[in-house]
Design a protein around this ligand. Structure first.
Ligand code: HAM
Length: 403
């Protein structure tokens, strides 16, 4: 709605400014892609792919899907447009609608909006930290400071299979006591058992081995560097060995940022490293790391804190016309001022002077000029400053220069 979009515009302006400060360039990817892209990247067995995608067969008998997230489309575009040849490192960001057929509730929508960034081409842990800092800087500038940052390492193709095997064996020992959902996950996706929302599952798996304690040397070193950098930046964070995320493409770092202002859907942002994804989608072996953050959730949290701001500027001047000729003059003047980049508005509904003044007030006009027969004759009018009530007589030919 128009009033809300002014709030969105404010948030989006902050996002774009922070992205520019961190030197990320915008990428605009398609809203729909071939279904196989998401199945291959997010993972065939994830909730997103098995239950939540808006998938259709188009008139060409091709299966297409409304994008449920931005990483897969960005990586697809990166490969297809040979971005690797243009620069060894691509830092891109996006902002736009995503679609997931989840059960709608506060902070969970079927069409929602994300902003996110991807840094493709480097294994440096500085980029893991940079993509964590990006959303946090946006939140800081918006006044959303009470956030919690959780980090974990989900290992790599060298250490994860061994750990998965160990985890499966441990889970099988308690299999019959676990929730049906977790039991079903043991075989295909045992890591997801760790972030089960079921309280009994949580108690039963309280002392289960965690990936972070079974990392290979390379992953261990990377995770240590990420934490050291966060510490050097005095960032508060928790290491959460149960953080596994709902997308399969992660390697090494995984992170999530939550807000106490949100209810059960408390994740403001999530992300991590995906060093195998470019290759899995047909590109050359190229590491990457990124994050995405929900915009609706930002606005919910800001609202709870009473910190919602709008980027709405009222018109510079509102003309109150007392008769037909004055209104016509006001319309001409408005057209002229608008052409010079000065926002101007008038009444189009032949309203009374009182109603026109109310309208000027509602629009938060900076100045009001009342035009009637006398003003047209003397080619001069009173300029009223709406902030302090000050009234200044101004000849018509000087109006532009005082606005
Ligand atoms: P994700 O955790 O699925 O990650 O989503 C990121 C954020 O999008 C969530 O933390 C949440 O704020 C918002 N979000 C997700 N689903 C909904 C929904 N149904 N309604 C409202 N907001 C929602 C990703 O999408 C990954 N692509 C992040 C990433 C980028 N990893 C690496 N690069």
């Amino acid at each position: 709605m128009p009033d809300e979009s002014a709030q969105w515009l404010f948030v989006e302006t902050v996002i774009r400014r922070v992205m520019a400060d961190f030197c990320y360039k915008e990428i605009r990817t398609p809203i729909f892609e071939q279904t196989s892209l998401f199945a291959r990247s997010i993972g065939e067995l994830t909730d997103i792919v098995t239950k939540e995608m808006y998938t259709f067969v188009d008139r060409g008998e091709e299966s297409i899907t409304l994008r449920p997230e931005g990483t897969a489309t960005t990586v697809r575009a990166y490969i297809q447009n040979n971005l690797a040849e243009q620069a060894p490192l691509s830092k891109v960001y996006y902002l736009g609608p995503m679609f997931r057929q989840e059960r709608p509730q506060a902070g969970r929508l079927r069409q929602f909006h994300q902003f996110g960034a991807e840094a493709i081409g480097s294994v440096s842990p500085t980029l893991d930290v940079e993509t964590i800092l990006l959303p946090l800087e946006v939140y800081r500038q918006l006044g959303l400071t009470e956030t919690t940052l959780k980090v974990n390492s989900v290992g790599c193709e060298k250490c994860r299979p061994k750990y998965k095997q160990l985890l499966k064996e441990e889970l099988r020992k308690i299999q019959t006591k676990l929730s049906p959902e977790s039991q079903a996950r043991i075989q295909q996706n045992p890591l997801r058992v760790l972030d089960s929302k079921d309280e009994r599952d949580q108690i039963l798996t309280a002392s289960i081995p965690l990936m972070k304690d079974h990392l290979c040397d390379e992953c261990k070193e990377h995770f240590t560097s990420v934490q050291a950098l966060l510490n050097r930046l005095s960032m508060k964070f928790e290491v959460d060995g149960r953080l596994v995320r709902g997308l399969d493409y992660y390697t090494k770092t995984a992170f999530e940022i939550t807000s106490p202002q949100l209810g059960s859907q408390d994740a403001l942002a999530g992300g991590g490293r995906y060093d195998l994804l470019v290759e899995e989608l047909g590109g050359k072996q190229t590491p990457g790391v990124g994050f995405a953050a929900g915009i609706e959730r930002i606005l919910i949290a800001l609202e709870k804190l009473g910190k919602v701001k709008s980027q709405e500027a009222g018109p510079m001047v509102f003309f109150v016309g007392l008769d037909e000729a004055s209104r016509e003059w006001a319309f001409m003047k408005c057209c002229e001022l608008r052409g010079r980049g000065i926002s101007a508005e008038l009444d189009y509904l032949n309203r009374s002077v009182k109603a026109q003044m109310r309208q000027a007030d509602r629009l938060r006009a900076k100045f009001v000029v009342v035009i009637g027969e006398q003003e047209l004759k003397s080619r001069s009018a009173i300029l009223k400053n709406m902030a302090n009530g000050e009234e200044t007589p101004v000849p018509f030919d000087r109006l532009d220069s005082v606005l």
